[in-house]
Design a protein. Structure first.
Length: 210
């Protein structure tokens, strides 16, 4: 059962998402909150697999909540679920460690598919957002010396993550166990000073590592 925690201040939209998820096979909404002020405590309490995080919320918005969660080194999968598809918010979400970025207008069946993809280690994005991400990284960036610290195997792992492989797919591609893959990923995060898969991918793309 995939446990999902929702942060959304629009009660009507939250109700529709909860209904959609709770009627999907193998998924359950464990809690819903209207702001992210107490997100760290709530994530520790409910132990969700996936967090759906709105951006525009009162008290503490989704970007602040995301940044606070990653600052605590929490590895929960966080998908931004929002009406915004502008470059600034997308880039901030990626840099702060979002695992995906989905627009609220996404069709219900695709929304469920995106959640399943994230649970399997993917980084789901609404197509229009994916195009924005490509534009964001179309400009040249200065090479970061930290990337030179990666071992050949760590480079292999990072390359697969950039290509959109899930953890299971990446481990199978280079014939290692999931546990060994997670060990390499942990080392990659440490060397690149990032807290999530999406941050590592963003840094790799920015520096044209792959």
């Amino acid at each position: 059962m995939i446990k999902i925690l929702i942060y959304e201040d629009n009660e009507d939209f939250a109700d529709s998402i909860k209904d959609l998820i709770n009627h999907a096979s193998g998924m359950q909404v464990v809690a819903h909150f209207t702001h992210a002020k107490d997100a760290i405590r709530q994530i520790r309490l409910y132990k969700p697999d996936i967090v759906l995080m709105d951006i525009d919320m009162p008290v503490t918005n989704g970007l602040e909540g995301l940044r606070n969660i990653r600052a605590e080194k929490m590895e929960v999968t966080i998908i931004m679920l929002t009406v915004f598809d502008d470059n600034d918010r997308i880039f901030q979400s990626i840099c702060y460690g979002a695992s995906g970025y989905i627009l609220k207008k996404t069709a219900p069946d695709k929304m469920i598919s995106f959640i399943q993809e994230a649970q399997e280690g993917g980084a789901p994005m609404t197509p229009s957002v994916a195009r924005q991400v490509l534009k964001l990284f179309s400009q040249p960036f200065q090479f970061n010396i930290e990337l030179q610290k990666l071992t050949p195997r760590e480079n292999d792992v990072l390359s697969l993550l950039v290509r959109g492989y899930s953890y299971k797919m990446a481990a199978g591609e280079i014939n290692i166990s999931i546990e060994t893959l997670r060990y390499h990923i942990k080392n990659i995060y440490t060397k690149l000073h990032v807290n999530s898969k999406s941050e590592a991918v963003a840094k790799a793309i920015q520096n044209k590592l792959v």
